[in-house]
Design a protein around this ligand. Structure first.
Ligand SMILES: O=C(CO)[C@@H](O)[C@H](O)COP(=O)(O)O
Length: 215
């Protein structure tokens, strides 16, 4: 069954702990944390201090998506704060193997993220070394954007690569995921769906999660 990772970017930050517990009770599988630096993407959001603060709140894995330049500088602090997954953008890493090894050196699962316009072929050299590929279906920076449908074939492409080189690879999709677009992603082989507004903008988070899961 596909896993659901609510993105806390769309949560009410004034009561972040409660917002996380609400989706945990609602059946979420991971908590997705969007870290933005105002350089790699235009927005500024969360630092390792917040990851450290929310770590004791939930038993769910923390899936930390670094939308930052030179991520190597911050991997240790996010790992020590309690991240279970750290994902870095291929577009932000000059020495991708080194960055992936650095993440793994802290016992954290490593993922690589591709922007919508970045081809799947760029993960080929690293696919056996990573735990997750995160495919963006919006240009990163903000919640509530429209799903970019032209990314769909890339999901199937990564799934085919995973079948050949890394059968445990998680294929995560992020951006504009809702009840309708979730179905399209699952058909192509997604194993984790990130959803921000489609969950946090709803009163009943359990129902929202079930709908995205297709239940
Ligand atoms: O990384 C990002 C945006 O850059 C996402 O995780 C968004 O937070 C998803 O929000 P929705 O598109 O689901 O509202």
């Amino acid at each position: 069954m596909v896993k659901i990772a609510p993105s806390i970017l769309s949560a009410d930050f004034a009561k972040l702990g409660e917002e996380i517990l609400d989706v945990e009770r609602g059946g979420a599988d991971l908590i997705h944390v969007d870290v933005m630096d105002g350089h790699f993407v235009p927005n500024i959001t969360i630092g390792s201090l917040i990851v450290d603060a929310i770590r004791p709140v939930t038993k769910l894995p923390l899936d930390v998506h670094l939308m930052i330049e030179q991520p190597d500088r911050y991997i240790e602090s996010f790992a020590k704060a309690g991240a279970d997954y750290i994902t870095v953008h291929v577009e932000a890493c000059t020495h991708l193997h080194r960055t992936v090894q650095l993440i793994k050196s802290f016992g954290v699962k490593a993922g690589v993220v591709l922007n919508p316009a970045t081809p799947a072929s760029l993960i080929q050299p690293i696919i056996e070394d990573i735990d997750m590929v995160l495919l963006m279906t919006v240009n990163p920076g903000f919640g509530g954007q429209k799903f970019i449908k032209s990314v769909l074939p890339k999901i199937a492409e990564v799934k085919a690569m995973a079948g050949k080189y890394n059968q445990n690879l998680e294929i995560e999709i992020d951006g504009g995921v809702n009840e309708e677009t979730a179905k399209l992603c699952i058909e192509q082989g997604a194993t984790i769906l990130v959803a921000g507004s489609a969950i946090y903008d709803q009163e009943d988070r359990h129902a929202a999660i079930q709908k995205i899961r297709g239940k």
